[in-house]
Design a protein around this ligand. Structure first.
Ligand code: GLP
Length: 264
């Protein structure tokens, strides 16, 4: 696991956007096969998305041969709801880049058969040859996508009941009322994320400090599903100074030394 520690979220987001762009461009230079990209929601990726949009507008990057699969979606709110992840993704990224609409995949939280929807999502990911890169965030309790604590580390895409904590944290998008946050969601599994060739996780701000400490220094555990990165051959956490406040000084120093030695 690599941990890239930048001074603030803007610098971290810039690093992530450049990294994703470099991966897309590099694959395009050697094959016609599409780049398969996993994407996340939340406030954390917004600056990264803004930089990717800028690159497309300035003709430095194209999403014409990129296929995306989003991590998760609430169950039971209409797609047009401003806080659905469909709305969020179009507003924050897809409406501003050159990705063909048919290349975009987001779970349907209103499907008549939710289990079937999840099975078919996994099948669609496999048909595209699996993920080249998965971009994710992390919840304050260490959840990845909506894989709440005690989700199996070998889980796949499925319906999930959200914790009271997640509904409280996400209530800021629903007028401050935790009961207005849907109680259920569809989410890719932990193993869906770790099946990606590369995983990049963004974490900014002191509210993520406990999650990073548990994921980086704690045991591999279903209590902190982000700890799944410990078992992944190519994972990077891109974070800022505030979010590493709970790491041991020696861990912090080591990650900074690696960054310097490897010129990241
Ligand atoms: C939700 C999403 C996660 C996201 C997390 C953090 O729970 N399902 O994918 O990582 O929120 O959100 P934020 O970036 O707003 O802190």
């Amino acid at each position: 696991m690599k941990v890239i520690i930048r001074n603030n979220s803007s610098e971290g987001s810039l690093w992530a956007a450049r990294h994703i762009a470099e991966r897309i461009t590099r694959k395009a230079s050697v094959t016609d096969k599409p780049f398969v990209l996993g994407l996340c929601t939340g406030s954390t990726p917004l600056e990264t998305y803004a930089e990717l949009i800028r690159m497309v507008k300035d003709c430095e990057l194209s999403f014409r041969n990129v296929i995306t699969f989003n991590m998760d979606e609430y169950v039971g709110i209409p797609e047009e709801h401003p806080e659905s992840y469909h709305s969020f993704m179009h507003r924050s990224l897809f409406d501003h880049i050159d990705i063909p609409e048919e290349n975009i995949h987001i779970l349907n939280g209103n499907a008549p058969d939710l289990e079937k929807e999840c099975r078919e999502y996994e099948e669609a990911i496999s048909r595209e040859g699996g993920f080249d890169l998965f971009l994710g965030g992390v919840g304050e309790d260490g959840h990845i996508a909506f894989n709440e604590p005690f989700s199996s580390l070998s889980s796949r895409t499925r319906p999930i009941t959200l914790t009271a904590d997640t509904r409280r944290v996400n209530s800021r998008f629903f007028g401050g009322d935790p009961d207005a946050v849907p109680a259920k969601a569809l989410t890719v599994g932990v193993a869906t994320v770790t099946s990606s060739q590369e995983v990049v996780i963004l974490a900014f701000g002191s509210k993520k400090a406990r999650a990073l400490r548990d994921a980086i220094e704690g045991p591999l555990s279903h209590a902190c599903t982000l700890s799944c990165l410990q078992n992944h051959p190519c994972s990077t956490i891109v974070c800022d100074e505030d979010s590493v406040g709970e790491l041991k000084v020696n861990s912090y120093r080591y990650f900074k030394a690696v960054e310097e030695a490897e010129g990241m």
